[in-house]
Design a protein around this ligand. Structure first.
Ligand SMILES: Cc1cc2nc3c(=O)[nH]c(=O)nc-3n(C[C@H](O)[C@H](O)[C@H](O)COP(=O)(O)OP(=O)(O)OC[C@H]3O[C@@H](n4cnc5c(N)ncnc54)[C@H](O)[C@@H]3O)c2cc1C
Length: 301
């Protein structure tokens, strides 16, 4: 713990804000998760790079938190430093048909900026409640589009603390995965390549997709979106429904009545409840249908 005390001192000297024992449930859309030993909220990308470097030098474990919309933190919390990108001041530039934005920007903000400039291509992402960094890490997608379709280049910090950039074809973007999921590199900024379009049509498409989400998804409950990845040749939600598991519960974690692909928190669900529910549901689906369900939600224990 001596290294943690030293780290706190250095964060203070660098004027990088942090708090101790912050409940992670406050920072995830699931509203689940115990305390973070240190919860760091850099104001700038430069502070984020510096905080990462200080943690690296002290050998302290780190975890990058975007908007917390795809995460399930352990009930015990996280014994290292959670670095939050949402606290970074908004950073966005439009250059012709390209947008360069900071990792902590919400997808909603980036989509709205694209629409304002009459730039099309990113409408699919409107309504995904994540940050740009989280979307790159997860290669987030919806309604026939995914992040890699619009990504040109990403700036990041690697495991040696070097700031580097890579073009999209070197980012190993696949179904809900990327090079960042494999390496833990921290995304700083992304350049998106969009195309000129009609402002009204772009807005209309975004509104339509948002309405479809409101109709189909249990947005009234805390969740982390689709709990399972789509298995080849089927939909996780349909398989779960087919197995008679609509509304199935473990503690306060439940298969949503509205959309069986979602696990929702009915009030006081714990991480253990969600994991047990996911295990039982996967087992039942496998026994009854032969399909293997893999979690889409990132579990941090
Ligand atoms: C109601 C609801 C609907 C959803 N709908 C969709 C959907 O349609 N399509 C879809 O793909 N997803 C969907 N999701 C899931 C989620 O919004 C996406 O996966 C999103 O991309 C996660 O972004 P985030 O900023 O919240 O990431 P977080 O949940 O904070 O983190 C997810 C992962 O990304 C990593 N990460 C975050 N930021 C960075 C960074 N700057 N550098 C490196 N790693 C980083 C984290 O360490 C973590 O491993 C939905 C979730 C909810 C709650």
């Amino acid at each position: 713990m001596a290294c943690m005390e030293h780290l706190k001192q250095q964060l203070e000297e660098a004027a990088i804000p942090y708090s101790c024992g912050e409940p992670l449930a406050r920072h995830t859309s699931f509203q689940i998760g115990g305390p973070a030993a240190l919860f760091c909220t850099p104001h700038t990308t430069q502070q984020l790079i510096q905080a990462l470097e200080l943690c690296r030098a002290e050998g302290v474990r780190t975890y990058i938190l975007g908007n917390g919309s795809n995460l399930l933190f352990s009930d015990k919390g996280f014994d290292g430093v959670v670095l939050c990108t949402r606290s970074i001041q908004p950073e966005i530039q439009v250059e012709g048909d390209r947008i360069i934005a900071g990792a902590g920007m919400s997808l909603q903000q980036v989509c709205e900026e694209a629409a304002r400039h009459g730039l099309t291509g990113l409408e699919f992402a409107y309504g995904i409640p994540g940050s740009l960094g989280g979307a790159v890490y997860m290669n987030a997608g919806a309604y026939g589009g995914e992040t890699r379709d619009v990504l040109l280049e990403v700036e990041f910090v690697d495991e040696a603390g070097q700031v580097r950039s890579l073009p999209v074809d070197q980012l190993e973007l696949g179904y809900r995965t990327s090079v960042f999921a494999r390496t833990g590199w921290c995304v700083l900024r992304a350049t998106l390549q969009l195309a000129e379009g009609d402002r009204e049509q772009i807005q209309a498409k975004m509104d339509d997709l948002m309405n479809r989400r409101r109709e189909k998804q249990p947005l009234e409950y805390p969740s982390a979106g689709s709990a399972f990845k789509r298995p080849e040749g089927a939909f996780a939600g349909s398989l779960i429904e087919q197995c008679g598991l609509r509304g199935y519960r473990v503690g306060d974690a439940a298969i949503s009545e509205k959309h069986c692909g979602f696990i929702v928190n009915l009030g006081h669900a714990s991480c253990a409840d969600v994991l047990e529910l996911a295990r039982q549901v996967s087992d039942r689906v496998h026994q009854q249908t032969g399909f293997v369900l893999e979690k889409e939600i990132r579990v941090v224990e």
